[in-house]
Design a protein around this ligand. Structure first.
Ligand code: ATP
Length: 442
């Protein structure tokens, strides 16, 4: 294998978590690390870096806090070098299909997906486990071959392009850094993948500055916190000036505080660099905070594509309604639905708890729709919120949440208390249980 191809393979494999031919290269990289450690070479040329246990504060360190509170050092914004800016790709996925042959038959992981990701935007792929998010990301990266469909990068049909020709940077959940290489060498490795004509030392310095790790180039990955290691992985992925950045649960292994810090840093970096970014995440808050466009997957299909606001305010399908945010789910024949005059041919109806209007005094109707009486049957104290269970006279129950402050004040309800509810019909959505099924399709 020519040296450059071997490097590409090692690079892609080193960043790949899942099974397949690339895993061999991943295993090789891990074995190389182990050999280096066993030979006492782990510290490498920069072994002068003092090794000491990291403090809890360092362990938690993500990006320095923007507000300056809680972070280790002050966030000073990103000093961008012109050479670090790129023009992101327009990514168009057309009728994408991916089937896997398994011992149980053909598994339909992606079933005819169309999506456009605008240049320099951030797109989040969100959905339940096994819905096809990572498979689509790997198809775009070229780590999987398509069963059917096309992928375009700007006007180029990239469907059959080799991984190394796609100008794609990748960061996965497991850090996949080379433990026997220093931070700077790890970032440099990203540069070697594509033979760019640049001052490499300067470029590495710039990238470390970009991810706020200036001065840590001589350290080894084991001397960094989890958040810092992911920042190295990000710098390495950006080293070759990719036009597309693919992130698969990049913060999945980190705690909530570090995740939030990294998220803020990532958003600023990718917007500043201008790289088109696709991120797979389980974390809805992360998706809605980061992304210009959110794609909701279920069972290999796309349920909805939209801005975070569109997805939250106008869920297109019962699945999205249920998946994003809290819902109450009641029979279509229940008292509440009938009195609200919501008409549906479906057997069940859902609505958001936040769409409940609650009265503690008797009210006959709101906007011409009858109000429904119920009794407070349970109270659950959930930290900052209090969740009440309200039971109608037909024994159908719904949940209603208020802040702890509200529950202790004006909106405090007693168990057994009679209350009156109204939900406007426009806030209701009819559905069948199979509409919200997320079991993968074999
Ligand atoms: N190489 C493979 N062979 C067989 N089945 C596969 C293969 N890769 C993925 N799958 C299956 O395809 C489905 C989609 O997987 P994928 O990893 O894309 O889901 P996901 O939405 O990213 O899930 P998660 O959030 O759990 O990572 C899963 O049920 C998975 O088991």
């Amino acid at each position: 294998m020519p040296r450059s191809a071997e490097h590409i393979c090692e690079f892609a494999g080193g960043l790949s978590e899942s099974a397949g031919p690339l895993q061999t290269a991943d295993a090789q990289a891990a074995a190389a690390d182990e050999r280096a450690s066993a030979n006492g070479n782990g510290a490498g040329p920069a072994s002068a870096v003092a090794e000491r246990p990291r403090t809890p504060a360092e362990e938690r360190q993500g990006f320095p806090s923007i507000s300056g509170s809680g972070g280790v050092d002050e966030y000073e914004g990103i000093q961008m070098q012109a050479s670090q800016r790129t023009s992101g790709l327009l990514v168009r996925v057309r009728n994408m299909v991916k089937h896997f042959n398994t011992s149980k038959g053909v598994f339909k992981a992606v079933q005819g997906v169309d999506v456009d990701i605008e240049p320099s935007s951030i797109c989040a792929l969100l959905g339940p486990s096994g819905s096809g998010k990572t498979t689509l990301l790997r198809l775009i990266a070229g780590l999987e071959g398509v069963t059917d469909g096309r992928i375009y990068f700007d006007d180029l049909d990239a469907t059959d392009l080799a991984v190394q020709d796609r100008q794609v940077g990748m960061v996965f959940q497991s850090y996949a850094l080379f433990n026997h290489k220093t931070v700077a060498e790890n970032v440099m490795f990203g540069l070697e993948v594509r033979k760019l004509d640049v001052d490499r030392r300067k470029r590495v310095e710039d990238l470390l500055e970009l991810v706020q790790l200036t001065g840590l180039g001589d350290r080894y990955p084991r001397q960094l916190s989890g958040g810092q290691r992911q920042r190295v992985a990000l710098a390495r992925a950006l080293a070759s000036n990719p036009k597309l950045l693919l992130l698969d649960e990049p913060f999945g292994a980190l705690d909530a505080v570090v995740r939030k810090q990294l998220r803020a840093g990532l958003k600023e970096i990718v917007q500043t660099v201008g790289v088109t970014t696709i991120i797979v995440t389980h974390d809805q808050e992360e998706a809605f905070d980061l992304a210009d466009k959110v794609v909701i997957f279920n069972r290999g299909f796309i349920e909805q594509i939209g801005s975070p606001t569109e997805i939250i305010r106008r869920p297109a399908t019962p699945f999205v309604m249920k998946f994003v945010g809290d819902t109450n789910d009641v029979p279509a024949a229940s008292l509440l639905v009938r009195r609200s005059r919501f008409l549906t041919s479906k057997s069940r109806v859902m609505f958001r708890p936040s769409d409940i209007q609650l009265f503690t005094e008797f009210v006959e109707s709101v906007d011409g729709h009858l109000v429904t009486g119920a009794t407070v049957s349970e109270r659950a104290n959930l930290g900052w919120t209090v969740r009440y269970t309200l039971r109608f006279d037909d024994d159908v129950e719904v949940e209603y949440s208020v802040t702890r402050e509200q529950a202790d004040g004006r909106l405090g309800l007693d168990i057994g208390q009679r209350i009156y509810l109204y939900v406007k019909p426009e806030a209701m959505m009819g559905f069948e249980p199979e509409d919200i099924d997320s079991a993968p399709i074999l």
